[in-house]
Design a protein around this ligand. Structure first.
Ligand SMILES: Nc1ncnc2c1ncn2[C@@H]1O[C@H](COP(=O)(O)OP(=O)(O)OP(=O)(O)O)[C@@H](O)[C@H]1O
Ligand SMILES: [Mg+2]
Length: 308
């Protein structure tokens, strides 16, 4: 088992209309490989092609060109569908069913063993903290409650791949935290997660890999910590070591003190090489060194500035 999701030149275009004649490329030759067991976050401005990609992966629309695989199996293979959990974009479910009826019906459609259905429905309602609404009708649910039921439905079959189209939409801060826990738990179980979102701080917290899409074109793809790695070094100098602190302050691009009064200094790559050669900082007990990181947000904005 190598890739949870893989695409090769995956393309979806829509024909122009009478008023707008150009063909629209919702997705233009997408190539991504998401290793099994990882959490992948797909980012991009509105209309970038994220939902289009997910619909292609879920076999809901047919690509114009290119290929896609889920769990190392070509999209469209019926046997694999039961191993995938899916939360669509803005889910809405028939309002006349109760949460229990809806989830039991979903479990039957997923062909879960009959004797397991009741326990499984209770299990997922517990996970999304909707147990008390088990007998309530979906029609009366708020947006966030509907989203929680959608998530419950997506994890009913303990999927090996979980595909979520904007799972954080409509959730309150507590719900967002719960969702992050759910994603982490699914990952611990060995499941892979593919989702898209606009909430960069949450994506940064939970994703091993991220991809950034703009107007159907992939602008960046890679491990989150590698994409956000910075050239610089963050050097923490003990407040007692004034001598080193004063020397580094002359070279630092940024400097601040932590709550204990220790210096936190940012050095760019050249300055770091120079002072480390001179002062042998790696050997000093009063100095701690770590690689600098920029936020995913700053990387995102820099990336989507590019013209495509
Ligand atoms: N059925 C369709 N006919 C014509 N164009 C379409 C159709 N579906 C999607 N598109 C176009 O494809 C592009 C990508 O849309 P998509 O829904 O994949 O974006 P998205 O990244 O999910 O955006 P959002 O963040 O707003 O959800 C958009 O320009 C959209 O107008
Ligand atoms: Mg979308």
């Amino acid at each position: 088992m190598k890739f949870a999701v893989r695409t090769e030149d995956l393309t979806k275009s829509y024909k122009g209309t009478f008023f707008k004649r150009d063909e629209v490329f919702a997705l233009n030759k997408l190539n991504i490989e998401v290793p099994t067991g990882s959490v992948f976050g797909f980012l991009g401005p509105n209309g970038a092609g994220k939902t289009t990609t997910i619909r292609c992966l879920m076999d809901l629309i047919r690509p114009t060109a290119g290929k896609a695989w889920v769990l190392d199996t070509p999209v469209g293979n019926l046997n694999i569908k039961q191993e995938i959990g899916f939360l669509p974009d803005s889910p809405s479910f028939g309002g006349h069913l109760t949460a229990n009826e809806f989830l039991s019906l979903s479990a039957k459609l997923l062909k879960l063993p009959r004797h397991e259905i009741k326990a499984r429905v209770d299990e997922v309602l517990e996970i999304v903290e909707m147990k008390e609404y088990k007998k309530a009708k979906l029609g009366g649910f708020s947006r966030g409650m509907t989203q929680r039921i959608g998530i419950a439905q997506a994890i009913l079959n303990r999927p090996r791949l979980l595909v979520l189209d904007e799972p954080l939409v409509g959730l309150d801060p507590h719900g967002r935290k719960d969702l992050i826990n759910i994603v982490n738990k699914q990952k611990e179980r060995g499941s892979s997660i593919f989702f898209c979102s606009h909430i960069l701080s949450d994506v940064e917290k939970i994703c091993d890999f991220v991809g950034i899409l703009k107007k159907g074109n992939l602008l960046a793809f890679g491990k989150t910590d590698e994409l956000t790695a910075d050239e610089g070094m963050i050097v923490t100098v003990d407040k007692e070591d004034q001598q080193i602190a004063q020397q580094l302050l002359l070279e630092a691009t940024e400097s601040k003190k932590d709550a204990d009064g220790n210096w936190i200094l940012t050095l760019n790559h050249d300055a770091w090489e120079r002072v480390n050669n001179e002062l042998n900082l790696e050997e000093k007990d009063t100095v701690q060194i770590e690689r600098g990181h920029k936020s995913l947000e700053s990387f995102f904005f820099k990336t989507v500035q590019k013209e495509v």
